[in-house]
Structures are given as structure tokens and as C-alpha cells.
Design a protein around this ligand. Structure first.
Ligand code: PEP
Length: 256
């Protein structure tokens, strides 16, 4: 049985005080929902403050990025060891990092390995561009992204995968539930082929890309979709709460 997950990727938004304000607005209601994993991914500088605010609650914490070395002369970078003291999850391979920071499959693979080494659970983002989608190359692109990200990893211990078609991120143009379900089913098959039935059954695969309170139901109703990685809508307290509540009402059923 996979517990549905809603993760909020705040991206490069909120100062520390704004982050604290947002957490204060949603903390109590989120905490009361116990059949969904709720993960907040604020910017690095707010992780410690948010950790303190959610202490004793059922809300979990994630970072948005990681460096692949554990320590050393890498000015400005944040290491897995540092994050392991603060949070449980870390987003790796987001399309914005692939696009703006030239993260390759090889770098993403190093990051996934470095996270797993210290017990952090990667939320590994994969997804095709508009052009690739139009050319009918979605499955080919996803197969390659999974192959490179998971190369040499014997067991992806607690890793979560987020299928985020690049054309749907921040555009207001979400995939349909049916499209996302089909691709996520394909991702699960790929995980099964690389690992085994158990890993394929226990790995949560989320949809991400313009998820809002108005369309979350369409995704959660699908048999393969275990939740969502939410960007823009996670910055609005009421909207994020509604997404989590709807997931709690619809999304809890045997998923195997
Ligand atoms: C994201 O940041 O992963 C994302 C899916 O963004 P948005 O929900 O704003 O499309």
C-alpha cells in the first residue's frame, strides 16, 4: 500500500519570515490529515526555521537541491550531510535545474547516490519537453532519464519519482489525468524491469505540472498516480490545503 504524497516545491520564493508565515497558516490543518504524506520544500535558508515550526507534527520537510560531495571546498554548495540533519526528502533533477543549471543525467545520478548514502529520500524529477512530446518521444526520454539517474543504484530506498512534463510546469497547461496515468504506468513498468515487483509496488510516483485545487482530483483518481509535486499552488495556503484535503478524501485506496 502506497501512502499518497503531496509535496510543495516553493522554488525560489519566500523569505524566511514569509516561509514561517505560510507554515503558520497551514500547519494545524495539514497536521490533522493523517492519511497523506505532506512534504514542504522551502528554500535552503528557511529549512531550519520551518523544521522548528513543524516539530511534533506529521508534516515532513524536503530540500529543493543538493550537491553530490559530502563536504569540502565547494563554496556556496549544500551537502547531503548538512541536509540529512534537517530533512527527509530532497528534490533532485527538477527540469529547472536541468535547463538553467545544466544538470546532466550524470550529475543527477551522483546527487541521487549522495542523497541515498546519508538516508535522504530523493524526489527524482523526470519528464519530456514539449518538442519531445510532440515527436512522440516521451517514453524514450523517460527511459533514458531513469536509466542515467538510477545507474549503479542497487536499491532506491524510499525514493519518490515525480513525472513532470516540462511543458506543464508553471504554464497553467496541465497534462490530463489519463495522459499522466499512462506515462506513470510506463515509469512503474520501467522500475519493475530494472528492479523487481516489490520496488515497483512500493515506489511512489507523483504527477507534477500546473496542479491546482481545481484539477488535483483528476490526477488522484488515477490508479497509477500516488500524489503530486505542486509548485505555484503550494505557495497559496488555501489552495495547498484544498489539494491535500482532496487527496485525503479521494486518494486513499489500495494501490498495487
Ligand atoms: C514544480 O515546480 O515542480 C511544478 C510542478 O510547478 P507548477 O506546479 O507551478 O507547475
Amino acid at each position: 500500500m502506497r501512502v499518497p504524497m503531496i509535496a510543495g516545491n516553493w522554488k525560489m520564493n519566500t523569505t524566511v519570515s514569509e516561509a514561517m508565515e505560510l507554515v503558520n497558516e497551514i500547519r494545524q490543518e495539514l497536521d490533522e490529515i493523517d492519511n497523506v504524506d505532506k512534504v514542504l520544500c522551502p528554500p535552503f535558508v528557511s529549512l531550519a526555521a520551518v523544521k522548528e515550526l513543524i516539530k511534533g507534527s506529521s508534516i515532513k520537510l524536503g530540500a529543493q537541491n543538493i550537491y553530490f560531495e559530502q563536504k569540502g571546498a565547494y563554496t556556496g554548495e549544500i551537502s547531503p550531510l548538512m541536509l540529512a540533519e534537517l530533512c527527509e526528502f530532497v528534490i533532485i533533477g527538477h527540469s529547472e535545474r536541468r535547463q538553467y543549471f545544466n544538470e546532466t543525467g550524470e550529475i543527477i545520478n551522483k546527487k541521487v547516490k549522495a542523497a541515498l548514502k546519508v538516508g535522504l529520500k530523493p524526489i527524482l524529477c523526470i519528464g519530456e519537453s514539449f518538442k519531445e512530446n510532440e515527436a512522440g518521444r516521451t517514453e524514450e526520454v523517460i527511459t533514458e532519464q531513469l536509466r542515467s539517474a538510477l545507474a549503479g543504484i542497487k536499491y532506491p530506498n524510499g525514493s519518490v519519482i515525480a513525472y513532470e512534463p516540462v511543458w506543464a510546469i508553471g504554464t497553467g497547461k496541465a497534462a490530463t489525468g489519463e495522459q499522466a496515468n499512462k506515462t506513470i504506468g510506463f515509469i512503474r513498468q520501467t522500475i519493475y524491469r530494472k528492479y523487481c515487483t516489490r520496488v515497483a509496488q512500493e515506489t511512489r510516483i507523483l504527477y507534477g505540472g500546473s496542479v491546482t485545487a481545481s484539477n488535483i482530483a483528476e490526477f488522484i483518481q488515477q490508479s497509477e498516480i500516488d500524489g503530486a509535486l505542486v509548485g505555484g499552488a503550494s505557495l497559496k495556503a488555501g489552495e495547498f490545503l484544498s489539494i491535500v484535503k482532496q487527496t485525503s478524501e479521494i486518494g486513499v485506496f489500495e494501490r498495487d
